[in-house]
Design a protein around this ligand. Structure first.
Ligand code: NAD
Length: 332
């Protein structure tokens, strides 16, 4: 029997990530090849015409799984009945703007969208925040949607996770599918800590630790980390636009693994509400290694954290604590 369609909201759908993301969702890359979807696309009034153009293209593409498309600038209409919400819309930092001004704009966007989701989304709606500052936007959304379980509000660090896998696969000249269990700790910013000290490679001789095969701690603790941290800036320099196709693809990976489960023995990175695991302050949205079963994520416990890693985990937590304080000062 055919499944009932799932309603997926994409905010900022007229933007670059939105344009790359909606066809992936309509093709089944997010929820599976047998899951019909209805897309709800939200953008702001100045982008309404462009948003309508995206809707026209979705109709023209005749996707078999796409059972309906709503393109709107009305946040209530957009949020009504949605099962999954991918929050890509936000206010970008423009030249000469203070951090606080950008934060203030995003705090007010996420506060009002949180209320709309809380009142109008389907029960148990799962939320993924992509727009930057992603961790803190997700935290604001959580604060202003108190009836949405905190376990349902996450932010995207899967792009950073995939970037880490990509760097190791290039270094070892192996296919990325033979690599697993990288970790992004902390903020989706340049203080994030890409950590492959627990990552492994599937070889003909069994599972081998990445650090043993790379055999260059200097690179793993130096250029590898900075390359992943700075990859977003490198893409902007090369493309003159920020990463879009990789962000869209990673957003699909994030939701797919959350809803359909992570493969046995594999974890992924997700920005989730900290419960104090690994001595990360509770009450931040922080990226941890997680496994997902039956639509629920769970932080991987018991990993050894050495002194080098401890400092990195703490530095990115400190930045998130400062961002949280800045966000709250914007609310005052
Ligand atoms: N977490 C990650 O890994 C990651 C990766 C790449 C980009 N990003 C972030 O994702 C966001 C989107 O990137 P992009 O390249 O698509 O930007 P973009 O500027 O091309 O698109 C953003 C869209 O959001 C819309 N928008 C603005 N305010 C809105 C609101 N209140 N409601 C609904 N829509 C609104 C804009 O009109 C625009 O169409 C940015 O904040 C970017 O920094 C995050």
């Amino acid at each position: 029997m055919a499944k009932d369609p799932v309603r997926v909201l994409v905010t900022g759908a007229a933007g670059q990530i939105g344009y790359a993301l909606v066809p992936l969702i309509a093709r089944g890359a997010m929820l599976g090849p047998d899951q019909p979807v209805i897309l709800h696309m939200l953008d702001i009034v100045p982008a309404a015409e462009s948003l309508n153009g995206v809707k026209m293209e979705l109709v023209d593409a005749a996707f078999p799984l796409l059972k309906g498309v709503l393109a709107t600038t009305d946040v209530v209409e957009a949020c009504t009945g949605v099962n999954i919400a991918v929050m890509v819309g936000g206010f970008p930092r423009k030249e000469g703007m203070e951090r606080k001004d950008v934060m203030s704009k995003n705090v007010s966007i996420y506060k009002s969208q949180a209320s709309a989701l809380e009142k109008h989304a389907a029960t148990n709606c799962k939320v993924l925040v992509v727009a930057n500052p992603a961790n803190t936007n997700a935290l604001i959304l959580k604060e202003f949607a108190p009836s949405i379980p905190e376990k349902n509000i996450t932010c995207l660090t899967r792009l950073d996770h995939n970037r880490a896998l990509g760097q190791i696969s290039e270094r070892l000249n192996i296919h990325v599918s033979n690599l697993r269990n990288a970790i992004i700790w902390g903020n989706h910013s340049s203080t994030q800590y890409p950590d492959v000290s627990h990552a492994t490679v599937t070889t003909q001789d069994g599972e081998k630790p990445v650090h043993e095969l790379v055999a260059d701690e200097g690179w793993l603790r130096g250029d590898f980390i900075t390359t992943v941290q700075q990859r977003g800036a490198a893409i902007i320099k090369a493309r003159k636009f920020s990463s879009a196709l990789s962000a869209a693809s990673s957003a699909c990976d994030h939701i797919r693994d959350w809803v359909l489960g992570t493969p046995q023995g594999t974890w992924v990175s997700m920005g989730v509400y900290s419960d104090g695991s690994y001595d990360v302050p509770a009450g931040l949205i922080y990226s941890f290694p997680v496994t997902c079963v039956n639509g629920e994520w769970c932080i991987v416990q018991g990993l050894q954290i050495d002194e080098f890693s401890r400092k990195k985990l703490d530095a990115t937590a400190e930045e998130l604590t400062e961002e949280k304080a800045l966000a709250y000062s914007c609310l005052a």
